[in-house]
Design a protein around this ligand. Structure first.
Ligand SMILES: Cc1ncc(COP(=O)(O)O)c(C=O)c1O
Length: 447
């Protein structure tokens, strides 16, 4: 392969591409990483350096790795056959087939889907469905408020952003959409207000109830939560937390929206993470791995209760249910089923987590946790107080790992790994070795 002229590419990137979230001064001093090709779990940049990608491309979307020609071909065939069929009452067969397939896979009575192009839009559609449900069924017609959680990430569009509390993306656009509020999330490593981990579930659930009462139950449309929160790395809730949440939502006729944009389609070793606790949302938002990253697609799936109330769902976009994305999703799901890849995600993920546990012994490692193909190492300056690093230590570890040829994800206080479900045990072992080496090297300079 002929490599592109890296200087021209880099200059064009810095001059003409508005990098999302990345700081301009850092891009100018550190340079941009420009990828040009990939195969399996390996991705190559414009300078010709190849990395082992243990993040499914940074955002955890590429759940089946690179170069899956089956998915590419499915998209191609669909686009050549019928690339678009309009919106409103028009729909293409592949979109209906995907909606039916999701109804088959989704837990409980989640059976009717609306599609758009991203996880953010999936949440917008979920919030709209919740508000319209209350208006149309008439029991709480003024219910419009959404309760989310501290440190939640639900997306970048204005409604999803209003529910978001992570990455510092919300404040700069405020005042945003009114009617959103946030409550503590049940993090078990750095617990809310430093309480004992055994108290976290009850405290956070009670807080939800208090917030509903505070906002006025007749005005609260929905509570939205990521089953496993991404902020500061793979926050797995206490075992009984979602059962408590479900009961409180039912008491006050508040819909529960499960934001499965990261966790859906196998990331945690099950189709949907809420299956770990046997609790169903009234509405579920999805994106990312639904197409293994081969086509932008977001989905909001509603339960029969919500579907029945929506005599008309007032929402329209030009590209609702784009056939290319739906073909990609159906092929991705077929590959997950045929290869029994959820079982391997669960089994290989457990292997990876077990191998990673030895890092707990290292000086600056506070916690190692994970669920399915989603694992993280959380860092601390003090194993007793669990104080996070306030400087660039975590970033320095991630950067050193990249220099050593392994890509993990810097995730606040932690470094995260979300490899493709096709990762091999050799790749897990290599990743653990490199992570250990990078931690030891960086820790040496500070301990
Ligand atoms: C839980 C969750 N919801 C929503 C989103 C937004 O998805 P997108 O970036 O595709 O708009 C994300 C993105 O990371 C996410 O993690």
């Amino acid at each position: 392969m002929t490599l592109p002229n890296i200087d021209t590419l880099t200059q064009n990137a810095l001059d003409h591409y508005l990098f999302p979230l990345a700081r301009k001064d850092e891009m100018r001093s550190d340079g941009a990483t420009i990828f040009v090709s990939a195969e399996g779990l390996e991705i190559t940049d414009a300078a010709g350096k190849t990395y082992l990608d243990m993040m499914s491309t940074q955002t955890r979307a590429s759940s089946l790795g690179y170069g899956q020609d089956r998915i590419a071909k499915a998209i191609y065939d669909q686009l050549v056959g019928l690339h678009y069929g309009g919106t409103f009452a028009n729909v293409v067969d592949v979109t209906v087939n995907l909606a039916a397939k999701i109804a088959e896979l989704a837990p409980g009575t989640l059976t009717a889907s609306v599609f758009a192009g991203s996880g953010s839009e999936a949440n917008e559609m979920s919030f709209k469905a919740a508000k319209q449900y209350h208006l149309l069924n008439g029991v709480k017609p003024r219910a419009h408020k959404i309760i989310a959680r501290w440190n939640a990430y639900h997306g970048a569009t204005m409604g999803a952003l209003a529910a978001t509390d992570y990455l510092g993306t919300r404040h700069i656009t405020e005042p945003g959409v009114p009617g959103y509020s946030h409550i503590p999330a049940p993090n078990l490593y750095r617990t809310p207000f430093g309480m004992d981990a055994s108290e976290v579930s009850e405290f956070c659930a009670d807080y939800l109830e208090q917030q509903i009462l505070h906002e006025g139950p007749e005005y609260v449309a929905a509570f939205v939560a990521e089953p496993v929160m991404q902020a500061d790395g793979v926050q797995i809730p206490p075992e009984d937390y979602f059962a408590r949440v479900r009961a409180i939502c039912d008491t006050y006729d508040v819909l529960f929206i499960a934001d499965e944009v990261i966790t859906g389609f196998g990331r945690t070793g099950k189709w949907f993470a809420m299956e770990h606790w046997g609790i169903d949302g009234d509405i579920m938002s999805m994106g990312k791995a639904i197409t293994a990253g081969y086509f932008p697609l977001g989905v909001s799936t509603v339960s029969t209760k919500v579907h029945d109330a929506l005599s008309q769902y007032v929402h329209v976009q030009t590209y609702n249910g784009h056939p290319g994305g739906c073909a990609a999703a159906l092929e991705t799901i077929a590959m997950l089923e045929e290869g029994d890849l959820l079982t391997s995600a669960a089994e290989n993920g457990a292997y990876f987590l077990e191998r990673m546990q030895r890092l707990r012994e290292l000086p600056i490692v506070g916690d190692v946790r994970g669920l399915g193909m989603w694992t993280c190492v959380d860092f601390t300056t003090d194993k007793k107080t669990k104080a996070p690093f306030k400087d660039d230590t975590v970033k320095a570890i991630a950067n050193r790992m990249a220099e050593l040829g392994v890509l993990g994800g810097e995730e606040g206080t932690a470094i995260e790994f979300a490899p493709a479900y096709t990762a091999t045990r050799e790749q897990f072992d290599h990743c653990v070795d490199i992570t250990e080496q990078a931690i030891l090297e960086i820790a040496k300079g500070i301990t």
